[in-house]
Design a protein around this ligand. Structure first.
Ligand code: ADP
Ligand code: ZN
Length: 591
């Protein structure tokens, strides 16, 4: 009748009591830990008064003399009956229920008891279902997955970066002999559906070892200790099977960065995470077990996970570019009756920002349509229709729906960065220009600064600022001042930081001379702030104007690079240089 209200009242009071209990626990010396054999002996000698039986991996108990102990929970069938037969009290409420002053609030206690009863009932059920899941995984690891690298297409760099892991698993002794530290954990990160699970399976398949898969989300929302217990069970099973690959999908669910101010470090997730770390550092080097974790974002992971000896290898699995999509489509069409009229490369061009999974989905829909028509082959119309089914089923915020305007802006923005780099700092390597968004930011542009130098020259710093400004400058030249976008915010941050360093730390500004502003600030001299802003604004503007002028002079090249990006989405250094030199020749001959 008043169950709900009682529950709410109970919850409120329960919370208070739990807090009180935690405070109490904090000042309480911990119970003595005894081994399970010692425990059995104590039972036989009649020294045990009471057991708090819960579905946890630790069992709390009380000796006849009132002192407490903990021991491992055997979690076996009929355990309660055995205890009862020995005249031991069995209490299925949690230990916290017992530590309250029972005499004073009988009512409260009964509500609280009911609450705990509710909770423990649920926790047992949840834990049981979880255990079921785990043991089903353990009993039938997905065996030798049968998946190989031939089943993975379009992400060759990923395959390359992970290939040596396979050799580690197959021949760990070889590496041990050379004193090499074997990688224990690999993180694959990137958008959903890009083939992270597939790659992990392929690693197991190529190495010919069993594959154990769990998801980080299986470990959350269960009660304290259960998650950690499951991790230990998982690794125990894995170790028993010898060499293997353990795959943890959504690893961020259990290894997210701790919130600031929440360093207490004993909530459920922390325990699970700690158990994982402990298991991983417990491997022997020659064991041939590798743990592969997958996440959408690397930057949300707890740094503790990423340290050497843990998940110290990080491999990005990005969305495929047009060539990658073509490879994936070809692979997925292998066992489908495809009409000769289907131009798979054209399909690849239309499916910008599609992941491998989405491409698979597209072809599957097309196959269903063809089957419905009994047509014998998949025709271009089937793919067209499937395209709209897949697109319509997507959320608006999905990247596939990115407006063509955005794509064009990104293409010119990135072309600006790349072109300015080639013109003002040709010694810098531009490894790749792309308009496929990466986890690191909107467009993609990667450049490496000459590596092996101890000092940066002023000209290097100036160039870095100019390269950063080139994205915005290109946007402005092509689309007009009113249409510049927010896409440059990172660039501006970077440029400002470098400029600040030049002026305040390295004595490279005009107004400041050789004074270090940092020292001035530390001595409480603040009057110079306005001066710094004025000077940096002037310098920045002059750099921007310079960059803008270069781009205006080379606008045909800028356009050619942007067009190539729109068509191919990714350009490597060689392709970029080809386009620049060809267009330059054309400009000369037409002048
Ligand atoms: P993730 O783990 O990154 O979310 P999955 O590995 O689960 O992605 O990919 C789902 C499915 O999409 C795969 O089973 C496969 O059919 C297809 N797929 C994704 N990427 C690729 C790829 N690079 N090559 C071939 N198939 C792919
Ligand atoms: Zn940029």
């Amino acid at each position: 009748m008043h169950n709900k209200r009682k529950l709410i009242l109970g919850l409120g009071i329960g919370m208070l009591l739990i807090i009180a209990y935690l405070v109490f626990l904090y000042f309480q010396p911990g119970p003595q830990k005894i081994s399970y054999n010692e425990f059995l002996q104590a039972v036989n000698e009649g020294r045990v008064k009471r057991i708090y039986l819960q579905d946890k991996d630790i069992l709390n108990g009380l000796y006849m003399d009132g002192t407490e102990f903990i021991t491992d929970n055997p979690r076996k069938e009929g355990f309660k009956e055995e205890l009862l037969k020995k005249n031991i009290e069995v209490d299925e409420r949690s230990r916290e229920g017992q530590l309250m002053n029972a005499g004073s609030f009988i009512l409260t206690v009964s509500v609280f008891g009911a609450l705990i009863y509710f909770l423990s009932n649920r926790s047992v059920k949840q834990a049981q279902s979880g255990m079921g899941k785990l043991s089903s995984i353990s009993a039938h690891p997905e065996g030798e997955t049968g998946v190989t690298f031939n089943d993975v297409a379009g992400i060759d760099e990923v395959k390359e970066s992970i290939r040596d892991i396979i050799d580690f698993i197959k021949n760990p002794e070889k590496y041990v002999r050379y004193g090499a530290r074997l990688p224990r954990g690999v993180i694959l990160y990137g958008p959903p559906g890009t083939g992270k699970t597939l790659v992990a399976k392929a690693v197991a398949g190529e190495a010919g070892v069993p594959f154990y898969a769990v998801s980080g989300s299986d470990f959350v929302q269960i009660y304290v200790g259960v998650g950690a217990g499951r991790i230990r069970d998982l690794f125990k099973k894995a170790r028993e099977s010898g060499k293997c690959v353990i795959f943890i999908d959504e690893i961020d669910a259990l290894g997210k960065k701790r919130d600031a101010g929440f360093e207490g470090g004993n909530d459920e997730r922390d325990q699970t995470l700690n158990a994982l770390l402990a298991e991983m550092s417990g491997f022997k080097d020659n064991q041939g077990i590798v743990v592969i974790g997958a996440t959408n974002r690397l930057d949300v992971l707890d740094p503790a996970l990423l340290r050497p000896g843990r998940f110290d290898r990080h491999i990005e699995v990005g969305l495929p570019d047009v060539k990658g999509r073509y490879e994936i489509l070809k692979l997925q069409c292998k066992d489908k009756p495809l009409s000769k009229d289907v131009d798979l490369y054209a399909v690849a061009q239309q499916t910008v920002y599609f992941s491998g999974a989405k491409l698979e989905n597209l072809l599957n829909e097309a196959a269903i349509l063809a089957a419905k028509r009994n047509s014998g082959t998949i025709e271009p119309e089937d793919i067209d229709k499937a395209f709209y089914i897949v697109i319509a089923g997507l959320e608006k915020k999905d990247r596939s729906a990115i407006h063509t305007f955005d794509r064009r802006v990104t293409a010119f923005h990135e072309a600006g960065h790349a072109l300015i780099t080639r013109i003002i700092a040709p010694e810098h390597k531009v490894s790749r220009v792309t308009i496929i968004p990466s986890t690191k930011g909107a467009g993609g542009f990667s450049m490496s600064i000459p590596p092996d130098r101890m000092y940066y020259k002023k000209i290097d710093m100036e160039n870095s600022i100019k390269i950063a400004l080139a994205g915005r400058a290109a946007e402005e030249i092509v689309f007009g001042e009113k249409n510049i976008t927010t896409g440059a915010s990172n660039d501006l941050e970077k440029a400002t930081q470098i400029l600040m360093d030049m002026i305040t730390r390295f004595g490279m500004g005009k107004g400041s001379g050789l004074l270090s502003y940092n020292v001035l600030f530390n001595n409480g001299i603040r009057q110079v702030e306005d001066e710094i802003i004025r000077e940096s604004r002037d310098i920045m503007n002059s750099y921007y104007t310079a960059v803008r002028n270069i781009l205006v002079q080379n606008k045909p090249i800028l356009e050619a690079v942007a067009m190539a990006l729109l068509e191919k989405e990714t350009l490597n250094e060689y392709e970029l240089d080809q386009i620049i030199s060809i267009t330059r020749e054309e400009m000369k001959s037409s002048a």
